[in-house]
Design a protein around this ligand. Structure first.
Ligand code: SAH
Length: 375
């Protein structure tokens, strides 16, 4: 068997991963002017071109030079599923064999792309299926943006202009604020007018409450922040979102007040609250949440729990969710119930990827089902 290995590819810079500053530095190194960065961004991110020879406003000589030292490389599509409700989900393969996922969720007035920031997740939230897979590594900026670029290309191929990416949320696998630099560089490109040109209100970073990351983000990007809240006393939150032991509710709340002081008065935080039957969905839980959120301008998003095997939890009933919503609304908190999407294709986070190359050896702990299920 003859094996041919292309030794040049790995050393090429994947231009998908460079923000404007990075591209300007890249071109400066080649003795080229800064405006090349805008040209290239447009070709790559708006026209979705991956072949330098198609870039007609770039000279043949520069095209040739670029093809020797750089590339525009997406990800392998391993699974591509379309749900009855229009949700489209991809499992994408990385060069090291790991897999991540991205989900496109169309609604009447927008198309939201949910992307991953890490392979697996180092946090251990008890109701999250990604957590069960353990943690492998951070995604590079190129891998983060490749999800957006691939999704746009694949949606372009559908030939339905109404199905395009208008919003991006970091709610796939991983904790974005534990991959701070790469996520922030990726956001630069999402917001750049020569690339995706999204408004800051259409990009959401969802965090379990990594305080140092939130503090840094307040200085760098004015995009939407969503907090995975889920419980309003420390004992329960320690169990559901164990990073709470490091950053407990009182500190989290203080940090949120400080964060919001740096934002425009009209801006709003999103509070995500997964509804777990008999765990966090009582009237008292709603009242505790109201007390905790006092003085913060928030939108509360109640998320029906997406079940997975051996999770040990079940979804709150529709009545319980509506009762919870009622209590919050009466206290003046804008509260929406998130529609479950793509149920027929397992669009819940982390469900399709299968195994990640778990460096944390977490999976071994789940051989026995958790929380006394089946016992
Ligand atoms: N680590 C980040 C982003 C990934 S999780 C965070 O914690 O916010 C994205 C959202 O999906 C979070 O609000 C998370 O709590 C929620 N989620 C995770 N597993 C879920 C499940 N099985 N059902 C419903 N929501 C879930």
């Amino acid at each position: 068997m003859s094996v041919s290995v292309n030794l040049t590819t790995p050393t090429k810079t994947n231009l998908l991963g460079l923000n404007r500053q990075g591209l300007e530095a890249f071109f400066a190194n080649m003795g080229e002017k800064a405006f090349r960065a805008s040209q290239l961004m447009k070709w790559v991110h708006q026209l979705r071109v991956d072949d330098f020879s198609q870039m007609s406003n770039i000279s043949k000589a520069l095209q040739q030079k670029l093809s020797e030292i750089a590339c525009i490389r997406g990800l392998d599509v391993i699974v591509d599923q379309l749900s009855r409700d229009g949700t489209r989900k991809w499992v994408m393969g990385l060069e090291d064999g790991n897999r991540i996922e991205a989900v496109f969720i169309p609604e009447d007035d927008r198309g939201t792309l949910c992307i991953s920031s890490q392979v697996g997740c180092a946090l251990d939230c008890s109701f999250c299926s990604t957590a069960r897979q353990g943690f492998s590594r951070n995604l590079t900026t190129a891998e983060i943006l490749a999800q957006v670029w691939m999704a746009c290309r694949l949606l372009d191929e559908e030939g339905r202009p109404e199905r395009n990416v208008t919003n991006v949320v970091f709610m796939g696998m991983g904790e974005p604020l534990l991959n701070y630099d790469n996520v922030m560089d990726a956001i630069d490109v999402l917001l750049d007018d020569f690339a995706y040109g999204l408004s800051k209100r259409r990009v959401t970073v969802s965090t379990s409450g990594i305080l140092p990351g939130m503090q840094r983000m307040a200085e760098r990007h004015d995009v939407q922040l969503a907090i995975s809240w889920h419980a309003s006393d420390d004992a329960l939150r320690d169990e559901l979102v164990p990073i709470n032991k490091k950053y407990p509710l009182k500190e989290l709340t203080q940090a949120l007040h400080q964060f919001m002081e740096k934002r425009s008065p009209r801006s709003r935080l999103t509070i995500e609250y997964v509804m777990l039957s008999g765990v966090n969905d009582s009237k008292q839980d709603a009242e505790k949440l109201i007390r905790r959120l006092q003085g913060l301008n928030v939108l509360v998003n109640l998320i029906p729990f997406n079940p997975f095997e051996n999770s040990g939890y079940s979804t709150s009933s529709g009545n319980a969710v509506r009762r919870f919503q009622d209590v919050l609304m009466k206290a003046g908190l804008t509260t929406v119930i998130r529609k479950t999407r793509g149920e027929d294709i397992d669009a819940a986070c982390g469900q399709l990827v299968g195994k990640v190359d778990d460096k944390s050896r977490r999976e071994a702990r789940f051989i026995k089902p958790r929380l006394g299920m089946n016992s």
